[in-house]
Design a protein. Structure first.
Length: 261
């Protein structure tokens, strides 16, 4: 079993390294004399945009023919309480990964909250199907190794969009791989098809898609460039997660010269 886990992780690490080197090799900056183009290029940080857009459209096609229909059936068939139970259960399974990254970041209070939530919801909440911990004042938060790397100053790297995974810049893609070490389900193999991890991955994807049916429809409907909008929203979301929801005052606009007279 250990050898199987190591092979899986080694392949994932090789993918991360290969993609990172490919991204670095394909980056082509615009003419330095064109200041507007340079500014836009640096802001987008998307040297692999043609490939990313191709994978983006590939994912949209898969969403149209498979994921969205499955999410609509899931959303329409299951009662609200059952869907909440699924979400709570999946969130509870994620607790060991969150706890490991809380500790790595030195967020001891958040680590205590995560551990307490896991204990309460696994027992009182019947294996996490309910979330009594929130009622007791222990609110859930997310954490992953990509965020941990960001806390230690690692840059995001060039924007990358991959089939199935979606947005996955090198820093966050590395985080996905490392988080497998922290996830107990990585080491559970019921058969050669990795039944437990694969089932959890598929169920999580369907549940998340069902919860965002209307939101994604609205974003697509109102976007001039759907791909660019998703790229921007992803980065905004990650920045907020890394800051643990706290606003960095240095990022706010300078209002010292504004007169209210």
């Amino acid at each position: 079993m250990t050898e199987l886990v190591n092979n899986k992780v080694n392949k994932a690490l090789a993918l991360v390294l290969g993609v990172s080197l490919f991204a670095a090799g394909c980056a082509t900056a615009p003419d330095p004399a064109d200041e507007a183009a340079v500014a836009a290029y640096e802001e987008a940080n998307d040297p692999l945009e043609p490939m990313n857009r191709y994978f983006f459209e590939l994912n949209r096609f898969a969403d149209i023919i498979l994921l969205r229909p499955a999410a609509e059936i899931y959303d329409g068939v299951l009662p609200r309480q059952a869907k909440q139970g699924v979400r709570h259960f999946l969130d509870n399974l994620r607790a060991p990964v969150i706890l490991a990254n809380d500790v790595l970041q030195g967020e001891w209070n958040r680590a205590e909250t995560t551990a307490t939530r896991f204990g309460i919801n696994t027992t009182v909440g019947v294996l996490g199907l309910d979330d009594p911990a929130t009622d007791y004042g222990y609110t859930r938060h997310g954490e992953d190794f990509g965020q941990t790397l960001a806390v230690y100053g690692v840059n995001e790297g060039p924007y990358l969009f991959l089939p199935v995974l979606g947005p996955a810049p090198p820093r966050d893609l590395t985080g996905v791989v490392v988080d497998q070490f922290f996830d107990p389900l990585t080491y559970i193999f019921w058969d050669d098809g990795y039944t437990v991890p694969v089932t959890r991955f598929v169920l999580n994807g369907v549940d998340l898609r069902a919860r965002n049916l209307e939101v994604l429809d609205e974003i697509e409907r109102t976007s001039v460039d759907y791909y660019a909008t998703i790229r921007s929203l992803y980065r905004q979301s990650r920045a907020e997660e890394i800051a643990n929801g706290q606003t960095n005052v240095e990022d706010l606009p300078d209002i010292s010269n504004i007169s209210f007279e």
